[in-house]
Design a protein around this ligand. Sequence first.
Ligand code: 4AD
Ligand code: MG
Length: 464
Amino acid sequence: MHHSGSRSAIKELLAATAVRSNVRVCGWVRSLRRGKDVAFIALNDGSCLGTLQIVVAAELLQISEMITLGTGACIEVRGDLVESPAAGQSWEMQASQVALMGGVDGDYPLQKKRHSFEYLRSIAHLRPRANTFGAVFRMRSALSFAVHRFFHERGFLYVHTPIVTTNDCEGAGEMFRVTTLDPLCAPRVDDRVDWSQDFFGEKAGLTVSGQLQGELFAMAFSDIYTFGPTFRAENSNTSRHASEFWMIEPEMAFVDLAGNCRVAEEFFRYLVVYVLSRCREDLEFFDQRIEPGLIDRLEKLSQAEFHRVTYSEAIDLLEKSERAFEFPVAWGHDLQSEHERYLTEEVFAGPVFVTDYPEQIKAFYMRMNDDHRTVAAMDLLVPRVGEIIGGSQREERLEVLEQRMQAHGIDPDSLNWYLDTRRWGSCPHSGFGLGFERLLMYLTGMENIRDVIPFPRTPGHARF
Ligand code: 4AD
Ligand code: MG
């Protein structure tokens, strides 16, 4: 009986416009109240935040099953959807049949009280059943779809760039090694590992960015994007860094830095408007429980224009501030997150693009400006999260690119395929990377990146 007949999603039943007879629902018990002759079950199946109240006559419940029917149990119910006499809900279900699929013992860790997010991380296998995580992961799924829709509507080609790669795009040395060599007896030449005997015949790792391969495709298809997992072995244990995260990287031929910022802004706004209209119930939950004022903030954001400031202007603003920063402010040093937050939270009180950074603090592929000191880079900073997008116009001039590679200690021969695109049919092009988890943090109000990714990977943690 368990798998026969069609199942109605609770979301659909709660939105019903008329009574319905003989429906079948399945889900997990959120709470159970036993009266003398009836029991009330709040049932959730993940299709929405809400629960459906199931009214069960006591004689329908088998004595043997009663013992393990409690919060967390999985049940299948058949019955009629009727108007609810209770306040605060339109519909309830009068059960005619209840079957216990999976009972629970008394130690079910997700009892109805509030748990800390730290504790819930330790039970990441069960936390998808908690309200907050239901809302987070429904929104994550909806937003993934919105990302594809945005680019699809604009004719961008979706490219699957490789996960295993031999290039460290950002040049920051944060790649996880992929090898089949035995660490205890790896082949050596002199006192070094001989990677030529490894599986791929050279040192390989997990991608830190699909950008370089994305550029190759942009120089054939004009507008492309990637959306996939990204890995960084940086040992930063912050609430904004994960070792495995998802990134969206559009790359556009014939677009300069200003055009790049415009697309980023349009994209960002599109995603905000999308969740405001499609994820209302979950947003209301975040507004009430996670970040008061969230919906209002997002509504303003969907109207506001993003600010733009150059790195040099930003340094001036920071130097003029009365603030005692932990890290010194000086032209030529990268902005630390305290600086970024001051700019976006206090100076601009909203999203701001910082552009044209000193060339020595940015990756080799960014286009050299005419001042020969800065590159056509852009970072989008937003309140609370800090950097959410990083991008640039790319260096399309072969000689300048080779010079920058040398200056950054990158052997041009190791990226000869990348340089080939500058030899044959080079063109101005730009792109950016949006960190998907940081976007989710910004749109939900969740404060830790570990709580917006299903199974977070961070230094010391790869359980589940
Ligand atoms: O600024 P990043 O390093 O830029 C790039 O990777 C470029 N190749 C993008 C491009 O131009 N195509 O990273 C882009 C974004 C950051 O702004 C941030 O949102 C996110 O990726 N990000 C991380 N998110 C979570 N955990 C980490 N460790 C992250 N590192 C970067
Ligand atoms: Mg960056």
